[in-house]
Write a protein that binds this ligand. Sequence first.
Ligand code: AVJ
Length: 311
Amino acid sequence: MDGLTRDPFREDVLEGLAKPQKAIPSRWLYDEKGSQLFDQITRLPEYYPTRTELGILRERADEMAEAIGPDAVIVEYGAGSLLKIRLLLDALERPAVFVPVDISASHLDAAADELQADYPDLVIQPIASDFMASNLGEALPEAAGRRAGFFPGSTVGNLGDDDICRFLRNARADLGDQACFVIGLDQPKSPDILVPAYDDAQGVTAAFNKNLLVRMNRELGGNIDIGAFAHEARWNGAASRIEMHLTSLKDQSVKVAGETFAFRKGETIHTENSRKIALDAFSALAETAGWALTRHWTDPDGLFAVMLLEA
Ligand code: AVJ
């Protein structure tokens, strides 16, 4: 950084570490290493969401594709590695254009190239952007069919109510009056299942969380002793969410981005919320943002839901 360019990571870290409850927005977990570790998380025995959602898509993609209809423009928000969309693409009738939206341009282009190789006739138009950006509409192509959003992984559960409504309202404006939206949503369940899913025996989730400290050291000139912090996954029942924290193992001060921050032993940096939102609660949120929750599909144990919203 040259001092003239804004560095949003630096700004979020400085602001977040100055709060009484230190907190850094979870999107900063996903640098190159963080994205790799997250891919590893999705294959852990304890991490049921990915495998459960894939199972629902495998079983029910035909019904989803029929609801979406032919010649559709598919917009995937926070696209990642583009594995889940294949199940929907395989079931869709003549998908016209696929628009993956992801903040990481390099990750996005590589994934889009891989998809193109396997779907040579599909028109792919990647957009490198934060999925919370508000004006995708102008960039979206026209087609004979409707526009359909796709937002798997329960990533929507990392947002608070206000951001969910803002995101859904923006998507409603971008996708238009004929649109539908397929969204994955992890469901409330016992902490006996949830806590291990976010604190696995192999320590991959711990490495994913601590990678934020590694990134702060590398990108913001920090001197943080990674071993002086522990990964913690907490079930907050009142808020129906898993919280990830980085817990200081001792009284200490750390330097990062040119400033010094004191930690008491046991004090934490809150790094992520993973909300487990029931369908009726999500339906109410969607309604205030101009969408109707018309159908959903779940696994036999009701661990995870894939919802269909209609404009
Ligand atoms: C892909 C962001 C939804 O909240 O379950 C996994 C992220 N964090 N383990 C989730 C995550 C820790 C994941 N999301």
